[in-house]
Design a protein around this ligand. Structure first.
Ligand code: EAX
Length: 332
């Protein structure tokens, strides 16, 4: 038998035993862990895109030793509830906005300050850089594992009463907000009456007129069909809304060191995909909302909104350290 021939035979048998292992894994002979991942918007939303990218990637990278079952559209509850379940380990993963996260990890609150980020580039740079990465390290002591910063988007105000151009226009307006004290303090300074509420209740509250309006990024307004129950949208972009992919420590504790690397790489890919969907929705979504009948206010007096915040920025400076706010603003 010639040497090259022997090599070819040996190589082929290695390939076929690898294929056999794959088949065993796929047929369930090898243990498979199914991770329950939840989020509030629909499967078609930016969150769905992010979750699918994460799930596809871990399934592929671990030869299906790990896969996911997705629970979109608040099927496992609102964001606060899901984070609690992830802490307890009754839910494995969640993609959530930072809305309620500051109630679990107080260090995160600073990133919810209105008008803190100039644009997407600024925000993404901060979260992918040392400030954002350092914040991720604060989660384990609070019973959560933060795999990556991902994105919800810049938030805009919708309502049924009037075309909002300047902060005074929001005076006395009952606006649903997230359960987030930093947002609420800022919005009160605009003139609004902030009404905190979990996301699953928002559509009904708008429909029944329990609140006049709400504020969310274009991808959420689109995918949740808020245009069916809201007349006006003002492109205020008054706050950047970051998101996170959180995992239960119960899961993370069982993942091998090698698989942890695969999970982290999958999380990175998921954030890239989710941000790309935010970019697409921001570019195309306003025209869609307009076509669906919403009245769009583009000439928002952003400077006036920013000026209205000056007094509360002093409070934020006292609470979070003016130098820490400046550190974020100084990222270019
Ligand atoms: O994270 O609650 C909200 O308004 C959030 O933006 C939504 O759940 C997506």
């Amino acid at each position: 038998m010639s040497q090259p021939f022997l090599h070819r035979v040996l190589a082929r048998s290695v390939v076929s035993s690898a294929a056999l292992l794959l088949t065993l894994a796929a047929s369930g002979t090898q243990a498979q862990t199914v991770l329950k991942i939840g989020y509030t918007p629909s499967k078609e939303s930016h969150y769905g895109v992010g979750a699918t990218a994460f799930c596809d990637e871990i399934e592929k990278a671990t030869q299906a030793r790990y896969k996911c079952q997705q629970f979109p559209s608040s099927a496992l509850g609102g964001e606060r509830e899901m984070i609690e379940s992830v802490q307890l380990g009754t839910q494995d993963a969640v993609i959530t906005s930072t809305g309620p996260v500051g109630n679990f990890v107080p260090e995160v609150k600073i990133v919810d300050i209105p008008f803190l980020f100039r644009d997407y580039e600024h925000a993404r740079k901060v979260f992918d850089g040392p400030i954002g990465q350092d914040l991720l390290t604060k989660f384990p002591s609070k019973g959560l594992v933060a795999l990556v910063w991902t994105e919800n988007g810049f938030r805009h105000i919708t309502n049924n009463k009037l075309a909002i151009v300047k902060p005074e226009d929001t005076k006395g307006l009952k606006v649903r907000t997230m359960e987030n004290k930093v947002h609420m303090e800022g919005y009160r300074a605009f003139g609004m009456l902030p009404t905190p509420m979990a996301f699953p209740e928002v559509f009904g509250a708008l429909q029944q007129g329990a609140v006049d309006g709400q504020e969310n990024p274009i991808p959420v307004i689109l995918s949740s069909k808020f245009w069916q129950v809201q007349k006006h949208i003002s492109l205020t972009g008054h706050v950047y809304s970051p998101a996170l992919l959180l995992l239960s420590p119960k899961v993370w504790g069982k993942v091998t060191e090698a698989d942890k690397k695969l999970f982290l790489a999958a999380a990175q890919k998921s954030a890239v995909a989710q941000r790309k969907k935010v970019d697409e929705d921001d570019a195309n979504g306003v025209a869609i909302l307009e076509k669906e009948g919403m009245k769009v206010v583009r000439n928002v007096d952003k400077q006036a909104f920013q000026n209205a915040l000056k007094p509360v920025y002093l409070n934020f400076g006292r609470e979070f350290g003016a130098e820490n706010i400046k550190k974020i603003q100084d990222v270019h």
